[in-house]
Write a protein that binds this ligand. Structure first.
Ligand SMILES: CSC[C@H]1O[C@H](OP(=O)(O)O)[C@H](O)[C@@H]1O
Ligand SMILES: Nc1ncnc2[nH]cnc12
Length: 311
């Protein structure tokens, strides 16, 4: 059946799928939207899925975006993060559940375990565009807590309910986000361990920074696929290892994400998914530049992203 190319109601919840999670089964696909933003096109067209709320039965729309593109043709340093986050915000999204395949930096986080991280260490190299505020519009947003603690509580509760049923959960953790696309050296891997890193990936940043600027509550769910290259077992990470573990545990990953969507679709979270606690923060954090000094092009782009903020 052909699906629509537009969706008129605001969509509040999105899933960004990562390596091995290119789609979500068990939902009704109602639209595929090609969004164009002032920062270009997102990684892929955005699929709108309908999910019946477990309490009211009413369909909750979910936006699904594949981070690396429909065919996993976009490398981590090429992901159009600004377009991705801007496109989702423009559809009304205020809560993002982002999925990521990660290497484990700690013995107790075994391959196929899940981690709900609460911190990030930035090891990207400044080659990825990482802010909406530039070119004559200066803005500074707080990033002490890169993830949304209220959304994280819901995610942890869902993970706990699946524990013992194939899911092993680590309720907190520090993600080291490296540049890639090459994996780390052994010296780097050991350094990150000494810094207290729990897991490592190539995609938490600038995704989380841009979500924060876009006033979107953002939480990542990580699935461990390997022990990177620090472990004594000598099995250094390979793409086959990552893909093999993702594939073997895909059902659990999908069940986990579906459980989170079930929960967030409940009436009691209607306020939370609107991220009211973040609404309006950029009006002030992004108003450092006096009107006389504002770049026209930058202002035009930000007016698209935050209608009414910078008139
Ligand atoms: C294919 S291994 C490295 C690749 O896997 C992770 O992707 P994602 O975070 O999108 O699940 C990691 O960040 C790297 O991009
Ligand atoms: N070891 C690793 N390093 C970086 N990103 C990863 N994604 C999955 N495993 C990884």
């Amino acid at each position: 059946m052909a699906v629509a190319s537009q969706y008129s109601d605001p969509i509040r919840i999105a899933v960004i799928g990562g390596t091995g999670l290119g789609s979500l089964a068990g939902f009704t696909h109602v639209a595929t939207i090609d969004v164009k933003t002032p920062w270009g096109s997102p990684s892929a067209p955005i699929n709108v899925l309908h999910h019946p709320s477990p309490t009211t039965g009413k369909a909750t729309p979910i936006a699904f975006l594949s981070r690396h593109g429909t065919h996993h043709q976009i490398a981590p340093h090429e992901v159009p993060n600004r377009a991705n986050i801007a496109a989702l915000r423009s559809l009304g999204v205020r809560t993002i559940i982002a999925f990521s395949a990660v290497g484990s930096l700690q013995e107790e986080i075994k391959p196929r375990d899940f981690v709900v991280p609460d911190q990030i260490i930035d090891r990207t190299k400044g080659v990825r565009p990482f802010t909406f505020f530039e070119g004559g519009m200066v803005g500074h947003v707080g990033f002490g807590d890169p993830f949304d603690e209220e959304v994280a509580k819901v995610v942890r509760k869902c993970g706990q309910s699946l524990e013992g049923d194939g899911v092993r959960l680590h309720e907190r953790g520090v993600v080291v986000c490296m540049e890639g696309p090459q994996f780390s050296t052994r010296a780097e891997s050991n350094l990150y361990r000494s810094w207290g890193g729990s897991v490592i990936n190539m995609s938490a940043l600038p995704e989380a920074k841009l979500a924060k600027e876009a006033e979107v509550a953002y939480q990542m769910i990580c699935m461990s696929t390997d022990y990177d290259c620090w472990h004594q077992d000598g099995n250094d990470v390979t793409v086959e290892m990552v893909m093999g573990n993702m594939k073997a545990n895909a059902e659990n990953a999908k069940r986990f994400v579906a459980a989170v969507l079930d929960e967030l679709s409940k009436e009691e979270y209607a306020e939370l998914v609107l991220a009211k606690h973040l609404e309006g923060q950029m009006k002030f954090a992004g108003a450092v530049t006096a009107p006389a000094g504002r770049g026209e092009e930058a202002k035009r782009k930000l007016q698209w992203l935050y209608p009414g903020y910078f008139e």
